[in-house]
Design a protein around this ligand. Sequence first.
Ligand SMILES: C[S@@+](CC[C@H](N)C(=O)[O-])C[C@H]1O[C@@H](n2cnc3c(N)ncnc32)[C@H](O)[C@@H]1O
Length: 214
Amino acid sequence: MSDPIYRPAQLGGVHSLGGTEGRAHCLQHRHLCFERKDATDLGFARRFDVVTSARTLQWIAEVADAISNMARAAKHDGLVVVLDYNHSLNEWAPNPPPQFLDFYQAFLRWRHSNGWDNAMGNSLPALFTTAGLIDIQISSQDEVCTRGDQGFSVKTALWSEVIDNVGSALQMSGFCDSVLLADARRAYEHWRERSLMKQVLSMTAVVGRVHLPS
Ligand SMILES: C[S@@+](CC[C@H](N)C(=O)[O-])C[C@H]1O[C@@H](n2cnc3c(N)ncnc32)[C@H](O)[C@@H]1O
């Protein structure tokens, strides 16, 4: 690191640190500073050794702008490191109940209508190239969770939380109705408690390096 004090540009501010645990962890590091910024309007130039985001670009339509801003925020030889989901590639075994699959298809269509990439992780390498990043490294970071694993219940509750958190937005945009949401949640909970054996959340991590012409 060329800067003695590493000051991260935290996308989305403290809110995007991953909840209470993340915030508490970062408060222990008093040399870190935090600023709240929109990734599409970062405004940093050649300040950081590493610019990173996790599971954030999936919610941004102007994702090329966000990656270009991240690249501009990094110094020469600095790294841009992004982890993101491929929602269209998620898998469950055995197959989820049809009521949940109806919700999931509506979820993907709703996301697409908002300009949010349903294979964000896998789109990153091309976006990094367009942003002028070099030495691009790609790694699969799928989160695999099998019945019996520690955290199985918490991790598989994700999709009930998604129904609770974004269901009304899908409904307001006309992608589903309240009956579909209620049926999907009920069927999903029943199935995940009794039948679900394995959940695979598809994720890709991509690293690129900034190279400024001398
Ligand atoms: C799924 S959370 C991920 C949080 C954390 N990075 C993690 O991996 O646990 C998505 C985050 O994206 C942030 N976000 C959404 N749109 C954003 C934008 N335009 N600029 C910066 N952050 C954004 C939200 O505030 C939210 O904290």
